[in-house]
Ligand binder design. Structure first.
Ligand code: ATP
Ligand code: MG
Length: 723
């Protein structure tokens, strides 16, 4: 028994401790948000290590994001009291999948240096195949087929295994052939898509039992966070690996999850995997955690009440013993449009900042990524630091960085880093020696490299070829710099990329990625239109990049609700709670219950990210896809219990609260706040059914809790506001 053991086990509640100490045999922790599931996983790994039950390299641990993996590594180090020497198998399904596939690439017909194609690459490739088959790619869009392939891969299905109906549904019955052709093409290109990162290993494990056995021997413990969002392929992969871990016949696998936070159904996640755990791992110990350590009673009360409107759930009790009268209620704000919404959120943030709150502790969680732009713009104006977490890393792409480097040299001639990046891209016959000479001259004369290049081009210190190249580079930049003042900057940008030969470089490139890079360059130029000048555009990008890079910077976090899973923040802003945006129109169009319930789980995830302060917003007018639409408050707002919610004074024309005499099923109590009428489209029956169901579900699956002298939030609470 390691002496440190007492330390890291201290402070765990009995159920958490059981989950940590039951190291041998299968364990499932099924519990609500903020109950310490992730903490249990982390502590469990620390426990296994400090007891000497396994080396770091013998533990396979799956997290949902790379960021979560990094954090877990750090915390384990802190718990164990020493730096953990690498946890090579701690990561996301994909990152672990890549690693395995690189080790056995040849068994999948690949070389170990295979490329991973992104969605754009995949779509382009499929388009070529569709055209090669002589099919009309308008009638049979590549994007649609890419989604079908992704769906099959999420289920672990190869071309031979897809259902007959599926295969018939695309391209006059050529679906299967096309899928096969696609896989063959990938192999020729020595490439794979994201789905392959798990599908190939699964196939390898099945075809080569000794490879699988090697992993059985290697891994003594397997742990999985956010288990509710595993898809079938991930589940298959996991089950193969978990057949035996540790001693012969042993299955040391521990999964933690929350059915109420399953939000990736649209990507093939199967919440039923939780139900099957018992069957696949007989004798599994199932542990429930009910105490929430994260949020105030108001936040927890609001979240529990909201999620209770879902029918398909286990139902569970959540309580907190936090009972600080200072804790504020959940705030609901109204705004005229998204600009006002962003302005008001910005004001609140500045106010919090003046009260010495860290920006790091604040997050804006959006339903759709287009919502981010308005906040980003606002923060740039205010000079408030922000970072976009897990966003599309558009500005980090190679071609975008190259293009930006050209623009930087034009706008800021002294930007040597930028100059060095592109001085020989495309290739101009400038070798290392020539570039070093530019460097030396610049240092000797105390001038920027661009100017040094100009000097060198006129001297005879260089051989004719590099000298000519430098002369051309210098002349080009001089011309572009002159044009800066009298040419629209986006036009100039396009000219620069053309005249420098940069665009041509990608046009002549035969790699699978080249066309996508050209598209990105076009998008870059398009997006520049929105800025006044090249300089303000560069500034904007620098800020975004800087915030992204510098994890230590104090900055507001902006991200989608989907990527906020598992995280927590002191203060959370949830903008855009309007019908059509949240719940999203797609879910509403589906008509069925499942899409709407997934949206509600997403809302639950959003609410439960907050520790202390929670601000919800809805606007009366929003521009969606370029069109102004007048909007109505989200039904989810109406599903929040009055006892825990306060309609905040938005500091604008609204203010009032539409309380008295309302019928909660016919009209929103936020009508008066948002000055609009609320449609009748979602009426009673579903809700009442939900209420009945949830009582049953509670009894059936969870039994009742008693003996705690703490405030209980959730099912025990009466729905007074709605009675
Ligand atoms: P989610 O479902 O959102 O992923 P979770 O169940 O994984 O939540 P954690 O993130 O592990 O919950 O924990 C929530 C917060 O509660 C964290 O700040 C964690 O440090 C804290 N916490 C968990 N258990 C305890 C405990 N026994 N004592 C004090 N704090 C705790
Ligand atoms: Mg967690």
């Amino acid at each position: 028994q390691a002496p440190a053991a007492a330390d890291y086990l201290k402070g765990l509640n009995p159920e958490q401790r059981q989950a940590v100490e039951t190291t041998e045999g299968p364990v499932l922790v099924l519990a609500g948000a903020g109950t310490g599931k992730t903490r249990v996983l982390t502590t469990r790994i620390a426990h296994i290590l400090s007891q000497g039950r396994a080396y770091p390299s013998q533990i396979l641990a799956v997290t949902f994001t790379n960021k979560a993996a990094r954090e877990m590594k750090q915390r384990i180090g802190l718990l164990v009291g020493e730096a953990v020497e690498g946890m090579p198998w701690l990561g996301t399904f994909h990152s672990i999948g890549v690693k395995m596939l690189r080790r056995h690439a040849e068994l999948a017909g690949l070389r170990s240096d295979f490329t991973i194609l992104d969605t754009d690459d995949v779509i382009r490739l499929i388009k070529q195949l569709i055209q090669a088959e002589g099919l009309d790619d308008k009638r049979w869009p590549a994007r649609q087929f890419a989604m079908m392939i992704d769906g099959w891969k999420n289920k672990g299905l190869g071309p031979a295994e897809i259902p007959e109906g599926d295969a018939r549904a695309f391209a006059n019955g050529k679906g299967r052939e096309l899928y096969k052709a696609y896989q063959d093409r990938l192999q020729t290109l020595n490439a794979c898509d994201f789905g392959d990162l798990l599908c190939h290993p699964i196939r390898i494990f099945r075809a080569y039992p000794d490879v699988l056995k090697e992993y059985h021997k290697r891994f003594k413990y397997i742990l999985v966070d956010e288990y509710q969002d595993t898809n079938t392929a991930q589940y298959m992969w996991l089950r193969l690996l978990a057949q035996e871990t540790g001693a012969p016949g042993q299955k040391n696998v521990c999964c933690v999850g929350d059915d109420d936070q399953s939000i990736y159904g649209w990507r093939g996640a199967e919440v039923d995997n939780i139900l099957r755990f018992d069957k696949d791992f007989p004798g599994a110990v199932v542990i429930r955690l009910e105490r929430n350590y994260r949020s105030t009673a108001h936040i927890l009360g609001a979240a529990s009440h909201l999620i209770a409107h879902n029918e398909g759930r286990f139902g569970k009790t959540l309580f907190t013993d936090r009972n600080d009268p200072e804790d504020g209620k959940v705030n609901v704000h109204a705004a005229w449009d998204s600009e006002e919404e962003a302005r008001a959120v910005g004001e609140t943030i500045e106010q919090l900042q003046r009260q010495k709150h860290n920006l790091n502790d604040m997050a804006i969680l959006v339903r759709a990524s287009f919502q981010m732009r308005e906040f980003e713009d606002r923060f740039v104006t205010l000079g408030v630091n922000y970072r976009v977490v897990g966003g599309p890393r558009f500005y980090e792409r190679q071609e975008i960085r190259d293009a930006m480097a050209y623009f930087r040299v034009v706008a800021q001639g002294a930007d040597d880093l930028a100059f060095e990046r592109i001085v020989n891209i495309p290739k101009r016959g400038l070798g290392e020696a020539a570039i070093r000479q530019v460097h030396d001259t610049a240092r000797a004369l105390g001038v920027p490299m661009l100017e040094a290049a100009r000097n060198l081009a006129e001297s005879d210190e260089l051989k004719p070829k590099p000298r000519a190249a430098l002369r051309e580079v210098a002349a080009n930049f001089e011309r572009w710099q002159k044009a800066l003042d009298n040419t629209p900057h986006n036009e100039l940008a396009e000219t620069i990329l053309e005249e420098s030969g940069y665009t041509d470089m990608w046009k002549n490139d035969r790699s699978a990625e080249a066309p996508g890079r050209l598209e990105n360059l076009k998008e870059l130029i398009r997006s520049m239109e929105e800025y006044e000048s090249l300089r303000s555009f560069l500034e904007h990008v620098a800020l975004v990049m800087d915030a992204d890079k510098n994890e230590d910077l104090d900055a507001v976090n902006i991200m989608t609700l989907h990527s906020a899973k598992g995280l927590e923040f002191e203060t959370v802003f949830l903008p855009g709670w309007e019908e059509g945006l949240f719940p999203h129109q797609r879910a509403l169009d589906e008509g069925g219950r499942s899409g709407l319930e997934e949206e509600r789980r997403l809302a639950y995830v959003g609410l439960t990210r907050a520790k202390k302060n929670l601000h919800l917003w809805f606007v009366s007018n929003r521009r969606i896809h370029g069109l102004w639409q007048s909007t109505i408050p989200s039904r989810f707002l109406d599903e929040l219990p009055e006892a825990h919610v306060e309609v905040a004074d938005a500091g604008n024309s609204y203010g009032g609260y539409g309380g008295g005499g309302r019928n909660p099923y016919g009209a929103s109590r936020f009508d008066d706040v948002g000055q609009k009428s609320f449609s009748n489209t979602y009426a009673t029956p579903g809700w009442q059914r939900a209420q009945q169901n949830r009582t049953e579900a509670t009894d059936r699956n969870w039994g009742s809790r008693s003996g705690h002298s703490v405030e209980r939030i959730g099912y025990g609470e009466t729905d007074s506001g709605f009675g």
